[in-house]
Design a protein around this ligand. Sequence first.
Ligand code: GDP
Length: 405
Amino acid sequence: MKLEKVRNIGISAHIDSGKTTLSERILFYAGRIHKIEDVRGGGDGATMDHMELEKERGITITSAATSLEWKGYKINLIDTPGHVDFTVEVERSLRVLDGAVLVLCSVGGVQSQSITVDRQMKRYQVPRLAFINKMDRTGANPFRVVTQLREKLGAEAFLMQYPIGAEDNFEGVVDLIEMKSYRFSGTEGQNVDVGDVPDNLKEKCEAARAHMLEQLSLYSDEMMELLLSEEEVPLEMIYKVTRDAVLGGATPVYLGSAFKNKGVQPLLDAVNRYLPSPLDREIKGVDPQDESKAILLKPDPEAPFVGMAFKIVDDPFGQLTFMRIYQGTITKGDSYFNQRTSKKERFSRIVRMHSDKREEIDTASAGDIVAVMGIDSASGDTYAAERDQCTLESMFVPDPVIKIA
Ligand code: GDP
């Protein structure tokens, strides 16, 4: 798959905002889980924890990385621990992401943990979309949450959608770019009914759209000029500017209820459309012999391999080293150098983790996230084609940046 169509993303959330439910729905819509069973009881109050849930259904929701496909894009969903006490783990997982979805509860809004994670994401320049979940809950107020995003996180947040119905009657959203309504129905949200903006919402949606365009125009002079001269802004321009805005640090906001299976598909469309690919990020390591020398990594399959082990998982079949490949290609059976120990390790098996199966693969290239078996590594280790080629985790490694064309 072309690198432009790869998304390495994390979902970060304050505990209980619905990260697990959303991840599960994403896997369902991507065809990786075949049935959503309501085994957890009602909306609030889980009756089964994630491990039990996984055992019950034979799936992996909380794997370190899970690959799925959505409309021709490959999405690697990377688990981002949300707990403040695992800061090194969190930072390591943020390092391997290219983008993220920040999940918020429509009632609870921005909470302490969201603030911590958001600070770390800014440090690692992880572009993000926000998803206000639990729109079906009593007291749901997405407008208040957007204000909190702006005030508490200093995020340039603005709604990309307007809700249709509220609380128990939340039916779906109006897409403010297209000005079309999306209503979700069926027990698994499988029916998406696209229609016109309901008459009673026309005025509100027009106002919300104007606000969205105004926010976006801060990222495009061309769009600003069209708005000032009250001309129509072409849809293609809105899509492009939204992407630039996301790369520039803005936070477009989407709405839904993961539990009620509403709003997840448009969020996935937005991930494809607006979050960056590995090509958009500039990653630097350092020379292990002289840490003051930065080494720019190229997401090029032909360049000498460099990758980072970001999570080690023990599993009945052996140790799995989850690795983000930043440069070059790895081949099953070949050996590469652990930059910390200077030891050569044989990558005896390479696997891609899906929620329902693990796929053995022969090679993997820059931009990808896979698990390697048969190597003895510690989390944070860098692997490379040559001894003393590059280190990705040290005090001197520059933070990744987004390339603005
Ligand atoms: P996590 O801690 O962020 O992973 O949150 P979970 O996905 O475990 O969800 C926490 C609780 O919120 C569970 O009881 C879910 O069933 C419930 N929940 C998740 N999404 C929604 C939603 O959209 N609406 C409502 N009402 N409840 C939800």
